[in-house]
Ligand binder design. Sequence first.
Ligand SMILES: [Zn+2]
Length: 430
Amino acid sequence: MMIRFAIIPLLLALNFSMCKRHESAANSSQPATSSPAAGSPAVAPAASPPKITKAVVDQTAQTIIFCYHRLVDKVRYPGTEITPADFEAQMKLLKDSGITVISMQDLLAWKRGEKNIPPRCAVISFDDGWKSQYEVAWPIMKKFGYPFTMFIYTEGVRGGSLGGGEAITWEQLADMRDNGVDIEAHSATHQDLREGHNIMLAAPGGKKTRTKLNGPEYQKWVQNEVVGSKELLEQRLGIKANCFAVPFGNYNEHVKELARNAGFEAMFTVYGQPITYTSPLDSLGRYAIEANKPKVFVDAVKMISTSSGGASAVAEVGAANLSTQPADGETVRTALPLIKANLSRVGAIEPGSVQMRVSGLGVVPVSYDPNTGTASYQVTQKLRGTSSTVILSAKSEGKKVEAHWTFGIDVGAAAPASAAAKATTTPKKK
Ligand SMILES: [Zn+2]
């Protein structure tokens, strides 16, 4: 009993720090926690809940996950191969684009709300266990200092029924493990895991037969693919595998359930998409990078480059650079000011693209003189309140540029009494 008392708070703390799918486990341990408190009132103060300190994570961060296969000098199967030079160029592009390569485990820790990640990240993964991943990709990854994940199907490792001469060996995987490479599961024989789909079965003698499995036969087979392969990987390498890359991305609710019950925290498909804080953990899309489709990589990088900033990119221009009138922060003594800005320092302005907004008025008919670069508007309807904000925007070389400034209005003694009265009847202040 003494041992149980000590373990329960620990278990509780663990459950709280984990994600939602562990809720059932937390609930089942609740009766156990209430009984010691009731049985021994002397220890009641100790029953106060453990303090959970969670890292404040940036929920707007985004990650793209890449999936590579073989690295070869001469591409013969562009669907799964890439040259080392192209691969290295892509790794460099991530760096140059300000995208941080993080580990899969950091991505999952962020999804659990336990660890922060930079705003724009990438996770690199290699599928199927090829020796070129050990011999060629790994040195390049070391050069950049990038972490990565290997998704291994156990029969495809050298010596397995599907592991030929180009396959990675268990020794190479152990070497990677010892050097911090994340090794995760990718089934046993790399096939469509859904019931009733075409698969290839290897008989003990090595003879292969094409077949479809249903019912108990299928259950036994798929159990080995999802659960058996995980156990084998964990036993051979002494690791914990919490990620499952679904072969070809072919799965359904049943396969998901099997994987969840086996203890996989995350499941991966090959339908690339930016991963956000709320992306479901059982279908995280990865971009499969193929030699003949370099655009997939570029587009994926663009996805988070543009989507993380919200709307389309707008270059903010300081009002001081536009010699605005009234100036930012200046107080004018009229409710009918002339508003002016000089856009000549912004660059070439596209004709007809200049727009001015004035708070309380909305869009106003601004006039723009391309010779002087001056945008101006004479206010014709008295501005109310004690300040006014101007937003001036234009297009320059295809980009939207925008300037904001605010000036004060103090009509003071110069203002007729009626204006002051008007101001009080219409409280337009923020
Ligand atoms: Zn694969």
